[in-house]
Design a protein around this ligand. Structure first.
Ligand SMILES: [Ca+2]
Ligand SMILES: [Ca+2]
Ligand SMILES: [Ca+2]
Ligand SMILES: [Ca+2]
Length: 260
């Protein structure tokens, strides 16, 4: 084989491998189910734990995918959620029943995943990929005290910093007479150039934008650690592990922002 023909074969192999890699990645992202859409609204939702009329526009989606601890009985936890958007925020309402609401650790940065928590997974550009110690995507743990926490970048000593990101999410909930919690959030969407303390602004949302999104509830009713973790999206295990959302945005669903 001449040098030139060797070069041609190598180029073909590289092109084929690149094509395979691209196809594989696309297939991996598109395989995540379900996908969601959010309708546009002209007037912002009032974040107060009471259902606004505007929520009638959106469709309920169930929180029915067990990620950890198996599927709880309906009396232990059952829930669903809706999404809407305007240029300033993604709006989320969750409606659920949980027999015991618990926030046993007051410090928002300590074992926050072991309290009752709504966890909002968000990837501004639906890039997928690793996000545990960077801002490629977020896993906001929103606690009953309405504080939102995620993991930041490691410092030079290698320590893992937990950050409150309360200016990213306005959150309020209320338990109503029928026993159901209505929990509303207005979520400002930050891209991967976010850094704490640099005055970074959230992105302006627009019709047709696609984000990575997943929602899950950590249910604890008094155990040392959380008892169930139930999500919107089926997470395919990697090496037997399904608790991947807090570090890998590939497992998020796709969310498309559509018109009125
Ligand atoms: Ca409201
Ligand atoms: Ca429960
Ligand atoms: Ca991203
Ligand atoms: Ca609970």
């Amino acid at each position: 084989m001449t040098f030139l023909s060797k070069l041609k074969v190598s180029a073909k192999v590289i092109a084929t491998c690149s094509l395979f890699a691209a196809t594989y990645l696309t297939a991996a992202n598109d395989a995540v189910t379900p996908s969601f859409v959010a309708h546009h609204i002209d007037t912002a939702i009032v974040i107060d734990g009471e259902l606004d009329k505007q929520w009638d526009k959106a469709t309920w989606h169930n929180l029915d995918q067990p990620i950890l601890g198996g599927m709880p009985d309906k009396s232990d936890f059952n829930g669903r959620f809706k999404l809407l958007w305007d240029k300033d925020a993604l709006y989320l309402v969750a409606e659920f029943e949980d027999d015991v609401l618990i926030d046993k650790i007051a410090d928002p940065l300590e074992f926050y995943w072991d309290d009752d928590t709504l966890e909002v997974f968000l990837d501004e550009d639906a890039s997928g990929g690793e996000h545990q110690f960077n801002y490629n995507a977020f896993a906001y743990h929103v606690a009953l005290d309405n504080q939102a926490v995620d993991i930041g970048e490691k410092d030079s000593s290698g320590k893992t910093p937990f950050l409150t990101l309360n200016d990213h999410i306005k959150s309020r909930w209320m338990r109503h007479q029928n026993g159901k919690v209505i929990w509303e959030m207005a979520i400002s969407v930050y891209d991967d150039s976010f850094k704490p303390n640099i005055g970074k602004q959230p992105v302006t949302l627009h019709q047709g934008k696609v984000l990575g999104f997943m929602l899950a509830y950590c249910d604890n009713d008094g155990s040392k650690t959380r008892e169930h973790f139930i999500g919107s999206t089926k997470v395919e295990p990697i090496n037997g592990d399904t608790n991947l959302g807090y570090r890998l945005a590939d497992v998020f669903s796709k969310l498309t922002l559509i018109g009125d």
